[in-house]
Design a protein around this ligand. Structure first.
Ligand SMILES: [Zn+2]
Length: 231
């Protein structure tokens, strides 16, 4: 399978079928002239993701930034691989998921690494997201991070707006699941989702369910998830 173009400079470059079993959907966004910001890292297939990027207009660029949307292994497992491949990479995560991502004692259950029969090699976090929203400026590209607790306490959603005014929301695990072992909270999640609906995104890049195009489709998907969970 080939990477999927979403917009100029934005591609789906990883997933179960694109990079390897267990991977979430991984998105590559071109920033500046030479760099890429990656949204999530997947489980363990960094090299495959890089090979996929060479099939896109983003080839020959270095990955300079990596945003981890929450602490689950299918999103963060390969982060340490990208840090080895790109020593200057800057990795971002929310403060409320930091302990799990950085492998503090008694946090293994929070990462769901056991679901994948793996042990997390904790990545280094260079920038801890604490504000809400927090605006990350990457070479002139603004990415707005919203704190969207629910699936995990430190889940974030990331909004990117291109020059034509298209709003792309990286929502990742909007669909849950909600588990006690993740410290999930569905009331918090419902509030987070209503906030995301109000953004009025044109495109939603989800973590496992794919890409939803068009404001109405984005809204319908999130509202459907709310209904499925009794909200
Ligand atoms: Zn998750």
């Amino acid at each position: 399978m080939n990477p999927k173009k979403i917009l100029d400079g934005l591609y789906l470059v990883g997933s179960e079928s694109l990079s390897g079993p267990g991977d979430c959907m991984i998105y590559a966004l071109g920033i500046g002239k030479d760099h890429i910001c990656l949204i999530d890292a997947g489980t363990q297939y960094a090299q495959q993701i890089l090979d996929n990027i060479t099939k896109t207009e983003l080839k020959n660029r270095d990955i300079s930034d990596l945003i981890l949307t929450h602490c689950h292994f299918d999103h963060i497992g390969a982060a340490h691989q990208f840090q080895q491949l790109f020593p200057k990479i800057k990795t971002y995560a929310h403060s409320w998921d930091l302990a799990a991502i950085t492998g503090q004692p008694n946090t293994q259950g929070l990462t769901a690494a056991n679901w994948y029969g793996q042990e997390l090699v904790p990545p280094k976090i260079d920038y801890v997201i604490k504000k809400d929203p927090e605006i990350l400026n990457m070479e002139g590209t603004n990415l707005i991070c919203y704190h969207t607790p629910g699936h995990t306490p430190g889940s974030i959603a990331v909004l990117y707006e291109n020059e034509e005014g298209m709003k792309v929301l990286f929502g990742q695990d909007i669909h849950g699941p909600f588990m006690e072992e993740f410290n999930s909270n569905t009331d918090d999640w419902a509030k987070s989702m209503k906030r995301l609906i109000n953004i009025g995104a044109d495109i939603l890049c989800e973590g496992h369910y794919g890409i939803f195009q068009g404001k109405e489709n984005v809204k319908r998907f999130i509202e459907g998830q709310l209904r499925n969970n009794g909200y």
